[in-house]
Write a protein that binds this ligand. Structure first.
Ligand SMILES: C[S@@+](CC[C@H](N)C(=O)[O-])C[C@H]1O[C@@H](n2cnc3c(N)ncnc32)[C@H](O)[C@@H]1O
Length: 211
């Protein structure tokens, strides 16, 4: 099996602990194994796991540093993106990963357990069903902002522990100017090209919608 070390992660996040480096390293074997049982990322993408999925996910951390005690909801996490890489990076923050497809949540639970991520809770449900409140909602490639927003509206805590207000941090591509206009949301765009040399293909932005 091809061994991929997380050098790419260290290039942009250079103060990782040994534990975090070990956890990032384990992702390749874990996703190679689980993706062969249950397809959660495109099979050809597994060779580019670190660039296209892991580094891409933690692009959110360049826009927002989550704090100890904050809670983050990942809507439509699929196999755990962006939630799992973010949970490795922010071990003191609580992450709730949800998806409407049960077998994907099975993969998330297996990966989180193998990594010893006790800051991750994963549930098979639709975001609309949730009653809890969070500091931040993260997501990647689920649906248009105008459809997404009503699912999570009202699910934000009032108090903030962060330098930036609580809100949505959504990894997105497409015609964002048109999409933001259609959603009528006040959104800020952060291009990943400002932080990374890699080309992230279609999802090139972190869209931040403060609440
Ligand atoms: C294209 S996949 C993206 C998965 C993951 N975020 C990633 O980037 O690899 C979209 C995911 O959103 C989930 N989904 C769609 N609508 C949802 C909803 N209302 N609540 C929870 N999950 C939802 C789907 O089941 C699917 O796994």
């Amino acid at each position: 099996m091809l061994e991929v070390k997380p050098d790419l992660i260290l290039k942009y996040f250079n103060n990782l602990t040994d534990k975090q480096i070990a956890q990032f390293s384990q992702l390749f074997d874990l996703y190679s194994y689980w993706n062969a049982q249950i397809n959660v990322i495109s099979r050809k993408d597994i060779e580019e796991l670190y660039e296209r999925h892991v580094l891409h996910s933690i692009g959110i951390a360049k826009v927002c540093t989550f704090k100890a005690g904050e809670s983050v909801l990942d809507v439509g996490t699929g196999g755990g993106f962006p939630g799992i890489p973010l949970a490795i990076l922010f071990p003191e923050t609580q992450f709730h990963l949800v998806d409407s497809i049960g077998k994907k949540i099975k993969v998330v639970k297996e990966v989180a357990s193998a990594l010893g991520l006790d800051n991750v809770k994963a549930d098979h449900l639709r975001a609309e069903q949730l009653k809890d409140k969070y500091n931040f909602v993260v997501s990647r490639a689920v649906t248009r902002l105008g459809e997404f927003y009503p699912w999570i509206q009202g699910k934000f805590k009032k108090e903030s522990l962060n330098a930036i207000p609580n809100g949505i941090l959504y990894l997105k591509g497409g015609d964002l100017a048109e999409e933001i206009k259609e959603s009528k949301l006040k959104a800020e765009l952060y291009p990943l090209s400002a932080y990374f040399e890699e080309d992230f293909f279609e999802t090139k932005y972190v869209v931040y919608v403060p609440q």
